[in-house]
Design a protein around this ligand. Structure first.
Ligand SMILES: Nc1ncnc2c1ncn2[C@@H]1O[C@H](COP(=O)(O)OP(=O)(O)O)[C@@H](O)[C@H]1O
Ligand SMILES: CC(=O)OP(=O)(O)O
Ligand SMILES: [Mg+2]
Length: 360
């Protein structure tokens, strides 16, 4: 089966043609409005021909545990989740609709980041809110397709069944999250009801004292729309450094001696280590830590800074391997938890989901 896997990110849309589990070619297109979605799908078809299926990554699937075939009803239901993932959901809805109109005879399958975290124990999934809220508004977790691939890859490298691996998956891209994986599922994760919770991100704040948010609203400093805009688009590395939030720009500014950029990186790495430390406590032992996502894959220097601050985890990282390229084990063998850098292959997981969803 030839699957066109589409992964709309906040900065760009990535597409891959996957045939029988093997990625043939990938491309990316700038996002994102209706016409650019159609252009991207048109371009993918021109490059790679008609696929047998299209798979689209949706960050938020609510409580859905499995991929689903897209129809008008599903799109309408997923559109209701847009306020919970405003940087991502509209892009996925847009490109799924574009795929249906460009390829009317081809099935389109929606895959959900949230599905991997369906097994979150209640202790990790619940917020300590009044009962009527704590049952309705639970922690979902995101970057699930990325975690699933990282688990698959890590268990291959370690030579053990995925169900036996106790690991952390640290996804460091525009969005940043840490997930503890046990028995093949999520034991805890840093993102919550929305992909705004947890670590500091490119433009997202990550966790902020809810008391501060109440104060900002109550004091009239901002209204709800301005607060949402600030937390989603103008916080994180962008807010602290005064750049776009692209890690490359922040690191370049720090190298020029910019103090705001240096502080932004310090806050980013500090808060990420805190999430790593707290997720590690959900595991009875730590076999591996996998680092994945655009920043982890391309910025070994910054990854080294993060790893340098993880002394209590007793990791032994080989600097030469760290500064290598491609998927690699960067820890010294036989010295505690394995440390891996893994390319985020959400595209392969998307294709797998499409095959599963369409299997007769
Ligand atoms: N050499 C590089 N190439 C691409 N992205 C890079 C590179 N170095 C750092 N990055 C960072 O990776 C981020 C994108 O990561 P990615 O996982 O593709 O994010 P997303 O899927 O959320 O858009 C960019 O914000 C950028 O800061
Ligand atoms: C969930 C999320 O933040 O995804 P991304 O890193 O692709 O923006
Ligand atoms: Mg991504």
């Amino acid at each position: 089966m030839r699957v066109l896997a589409l992964n709309p990110g906040s900065s760009r849309m990535k597409g891959t043609l996957v045939e029988r589990g093997v990625a043939h070619d990938s491309a990316s297109w700038p996002g994102a409005d209706e016409s650019s979605d159609e252009r991207a799908v048109d371009d993918a078809v021109r490059r790679w021909g008609h696929p047998d299926a299209v798979a689209v990554r949706f960050v938020h699937g609510g409580s859905r545990a499995r991929p689903e075939l897209v129809d008008d009803d599903l799109l309408a239901r997923l559109a209701r989740l847009t306020p919970l993932a405003p940087l991502h959901q509209p892009l996925s809805l847009g490109v799924a609709s574009a795929a249906r109109s460009v390829l009317p005879d081809v099935p389109v399958v929606a895959s959900f980041d949230t599905a991997f975290h369906r097994g979150l124990p209640k202790a990790a999934a619940r917020y300590a809110l009044p009962r009527t809220w704590s049952e309705r508004f639970t922690r979902h977790g995101f970057h699930g397709l990325s975690c699933r691939y990282a688990l698959r890859h890590t268990s291959d490298v370690l030579g053990v069944h995925p169900g036996e691996v106790r690991m952390l998956c640290c996804h460091i891209g525009s969005g940043v999250s840490v997930t503890a994986v046990r028995r093949g599922t999520s034991a805890d994760t840093s993102m919550g009801f929305t992909p705004l919770e947890g670590a500091v991100m490119s433009t997202r704040s990550g966790s902020v004292d809810p008391g501060l948010l109440l104060h900002l609203l109550d004091s009239g400093e901002v209204d709800l729309a301005a607060l949402a805009d600030a937390l989603q688009h103008r916080s994180g590395l962008a807010g602290l450094s005064g750049t776009s939030g692209d890690v490359r720009e922040v690191l370049a500014a720090r190298a020029r001696g910019d103090r705001d950029a240096a502080l932004a990186i310090d806050v980013f790495t500090h808060r990420l280590r805190r999430e790593i430390g707290s997720c590690a406590m959900s595991l009875d032992r730590l076999d591996a830590i996998a680092f994945t996502g655009g920043v982890a894959e391309n910025q070994p220097g910054l990854l080294g800074e993060i790893l340098d601050g993880l002394a209590p985890l007793d990791l032994t990282v080989d600097r030469e391997l760290l500064f290598g390229s491609g998927d690699r084990l960067v820890s010294e063998p036989g010295t505690g938890a394995a440390v891996l850098v893994v390319e985020s292959r959400e595209d392969l997981e998307l294709a797998r989901d499409a095959r599963d969803a369409l299997r007769p």
